[in-house]
Design a protein around this ligand. Structure first.
Ligand code: NAD
Length: 247
């Protein structure tokens, strides 16, 4: 199936985890994917791993916290392809601590990537998409952004904030033909979970009605659907993909 044939799609944080699975899925659906992440070596390795898929995957170094870095990539993509159809605001980090222990640096670092980074990237593509009269912006939220989580004051605030972005931008950009949605994953087996103790992960698995963690590909499938024309009437939504964790 090639639901994203020739669509120009930027994925941030694409070198591993959910971002890499999303870049691969989009390329499998025929997209022209701009796989972006912090380090050149990680980007190169990820792009090499996408060889043989029907679409094209090109790598770019991009730090979402740096507006010049975001603008440079957007300008390059426009110069090369002349359009941007999809932005997946996937890059995200955790720096956990209980409220009483959280440093200002931990707070600021997570806000900078997960919230300000999403703002930078969306703002950088918004004019292009409005001019085209079409486009899709997809934001990475989390069940933690809906229900909170012990030790994640900073992260929960950003993931709740991303829902605020999504609803606001869906109102602002919807009339211009641009859809904006969020995906709220449950607990997905990626490197971001490597800082969690094994016991906590086992407890999480027990809490999920499907009795397992999610796979990055299962989130990538949700992004691919929302990015495609099959989701043409979905705007301002937060799609939870959590194995039923929160029911
Ligand atoms: P991950 O840590 O495996 O990958 C994140 C990627 O983002 C990395 O490649 C990293 O280099 C990149 N990144 C970090 N800071 C960046 C920056 N400043 N600029 C550009 N790239 C940057 O994470 P993941 O588990 O694949 O998560 C991806 C997204 O999904 C994140 O936003 C995360 O919050 C969200 N999410 C993950 C889970 C989960 O259980 N894994 C659950 C809910 C939401």
């Amino acid at each position: 199936m090639t639901r994203l044939q020739n669509k120009v799609c930027i994925v941030t944080g694409g070198a591993q985890g959910i971002g890499l699975a999303t870049a691969r899925k989009f390329a499998a659906e025929g997209a022209i994917v701009v796989l972006s992440d912090l380090r050149q070596s990680a980007v190169d390795e990820a792009v090499a791993g996408c060889a043989g898929l029907p679409g094209q995957v090109q790598g770019e170094v991009l730090d979402v916290t740096q507006r010049e870095s975001v603008d440079r990539v957007v300008q390059k993509v426009m110069a090369t392809h002349g359009r941007i159809d999809v932005l997946v605001n996937n890059a995200g980090i955790t720096q956990d601590a209980r409220l009483q222990k959280m440093s200002e640096a931990q707070f600021d670092n997570v806000i900078d990537v997960n919230l300000k980074g999403v703002f930078h990237c969306a703002q950088a593509v918004a004019d292009v998409m409005v001019e085209q009269g079409s486009g899709v912006i997809l934001n990475a939220s989390s069940v933690v952004g809906i229900y909170g989580n012990f030790g994640q004051t900073n992260y929960a605030a950003t993931k709740f904030g991303v829902i605020g972005f999504t609803k606001t931008w869906s109102r602002e950009l919807g009339p211009k033909g641009v859809r904006v949605n969020a995906v709220a994953p449950g607990f997905i087996a990626t490197p971001i979970l490597s800082s969690m103790p094994e016991k906590v992960i086992e407890d999480l698995e027990h809490r999920v009605p499907l009795k397992r963690l999610g796979r990055p590909e299962e989130i990538a499938n949700a992004y691919a659907f929302l990015a495609s024309d099959e989701a043409s009437y979905i705007n301002g939504a937060v799609l939870e993909v959590s194995g039923g964790l929160t029911v």
